[in-house]
Ligand binder design. Structure first.
Ligand SMILES: [Zn+2]
Length: 64
């Protein structure tokens, strides 16, 4: 991923078209859009292959 061209790690939209949230994880500098932030919180296993180490992340429980 180009560091000077941030894009959502899920949908690959750039910050030119959607607001992106910067994630710092291990040595990685990652970006995710608000649309996919809930996926990171509740379904990190769906990010395996996109987010390094996602297979080791625990989903946050939610009660809704
Ligand atoms: Zn996205």
């Amino acid at each position: 991923m180009e560091k000077n061209n941030p894009q959502c790690l899920v949908c690959e939209q750039s910050y030119q078209t959607i607001p992106l949230i910067n994630l710092k994880y291990q040595d990685h500098d990652l970006w995710i859009c608000p649309q996919h932030l809930p996926m990171l919180i509740h379904k990190p296993q769906m990010l395996v292959g996109k987010l390094p180490g996602a297979e080791g992340m625990k989903p946050s429980p939610h009660n809704d």
